[in-house]
Design a binder for this molecule. Structure first.
Ligand code: NAD
Ligand code: TYD
Length: 360
């Protein structure tokens, strides 16, 4: 692949995973050009892109994947070879408050991108091309498969059974991507991963929320009894998996990516609390005393867990399994980036965009 020079569109590249993927790509494929298209919703933060934003082969565009005219102009201008679609409304709790915006971005926006690919890529013999002249890669979630009972695992063959507006909208997008593969020969890949964590994650998700509240001595909310289980995947490892799937995955296929780190929410929050006590020289148990059980999330999925044998056996990828080390690294990142936190918590990070890009 080195030396092939591709132009890559990464959508949602000012968000959490997207900014890590852009960073990964620029570092590992410096001959490629990367265009980051991001609407800069509340979840988009240009501070996440600061370390690579001045590179000559990186270009940022502020705009929505739902804007068909803009997408057409961008495809016309940049002649994208590969597209990684990460732009999304991504938080389950927000989807319960405002499902329509999830359908707009996650379903309609994905379809706008798919249409542009069909229009701009010559697809007649794409399916013969193991070289992947073109690629549409959809980043999706294991939440499309619904909730698991103890001892069960999601596989690529699991039935779609989404329970939240978020997961239903991501499921809808996955179905459209598969439909474009079958109907138009569009060269596609989908990966469905477990819960990510790491630096630059917006503090609405469990791990960063817990870390920030713990640092500030605020309550640590646990929904319901806290016995729900999630599998945690370090974001850089997720990006590594996306890279491997993009290069080695079979077109039209789905790959599950997990971290092999299953924790009950309550145990995870206790672990973070212990780590924070340690880092901030607090008496043991100080941070855990901030835990507060609150009303459960409606439709709360009890457990997600991934059987990752397909990606392991077929593509040779497995996560490194040093969860506690990565969690400590994540806590250290939040402790050593107080300005990022301050700007996010105060909303100051949005002021720059409102001045430069209008009020999105
Ligand atoms: P995020 O909320 O941190 O970032 C989403 C980004 O998309 C933001 O920068 C936002 O501004 C942008 N965006 C939103 N609507 C847009 C639109 N209409 N047009 C262009 N940009 C838009 O999300 P994340 O956690 O980085 O997730 C990235 C992707 O990975 C999503 O597709 C999500 O469904 C998927 N995913 C995330 C997780 C996780 O644990 N975070 C797990 C599985 C799958
Ligand atoms: P979250 O990070 O929102 O990810 P997802 O809902 O996509 O899995 O939540 C992870 C788990 O933590 C989920 O079971 C809900 C729970 N949770 C809490 O108990 N308290 C909180 O404040 C948050 C944000 C989540």
């Amino acid at each position: 692949m080195t030396g092939e020079k591709r132009t890559i569109l990464i959508t949602g590249g000012a968000g959490f995973i997207g900014s890590h993927l852009v960073r990964h790509w620029l570092k590992n494929y410096p001959e490629d050009r990367v265009v980051n298209l991001d609407a800069l919703t509340y979840a988009g933060n240009l501070a996440n892109t600061e370390d690579f934003s001045s590179l000559a082969n990186y270009h940022f565009v502020q705009g929505s994947i739902t804007d068909a005219d803009l997408i057409e102009q961008l495809f016309e201008k940049h002649k994208f070879d590969w597209v990684f679609n990460l732009a999304a409304e991504s938080h389950v709790d927000r989807s319960i408050q405002d499902p329509l915006s999830f359908v707009q971005t996650n379903v309609v926006g994905t379809t706008v991108l798919l249409n542009a690919c069909v229009k701009h890529w010559s697809l007649s013999n794409e399916m013969n091309l193991s070289a992947k002249r073109h690629l549409f890669y959809q980043i999706s979630t294991d939440e499309v498969y619904g909730s698991l009972s103890a001892g069960a695992y999601f596989t690529e063959g699991s039935k779609y059974a989404p329970n939240s507006p978020y997961s239903a909208s991501k499921a809808g997008a996955d179905h459209l991507v598969r439909a474009y593969f079958n109907t138009y020969n569009l060269p596609v890949l989908i990966s469905n991963c477990s819960n990510n964590f790491g630096p630059f994650q917006f503090p609405e998700k469990l791990i960063p929320l817990t870390i920030l509240n713990a640092i500030e001595g605020k309550k640590l909310p646990i929904y319901g009894d806290g016995k729900q289980m999630r599998d945690w995947l370090f974001v850089s490892e997720h990006c590594q998996a996306i890279d491997v799937i993009a290069h080695k995955g079979k077109l039209g296929e789905t790959y599950l990516v997990g971290g092999k780190n299953e924790y009950q929410n309550i145990d995870l929050v206790h672990l973070i609390a212990e780590m924070i006590d340690d880092k901030l020289n607090r008496d043991k148990g100080t941070t855990a005393s901030l835990i507060e059980f609150v009303e459960d999330r409606p439709g709360h999925d009890v457990r997600y867990a991934i059987d990752a044998s397909k990606i392991e056996n077929e593509l040779g990828f497995s996560p490194s399994q040093n969860f506690e080390e990565k969690l400590k690294e994540t806590i250290d990142w939040y402790l050593t980036n107080p300005q990022w936190i301050k700007d996010v918590v105060s909303g100051e990070y949005r002021r720059f965009y409102e001045l430069n890009y209008g009020n999105t």
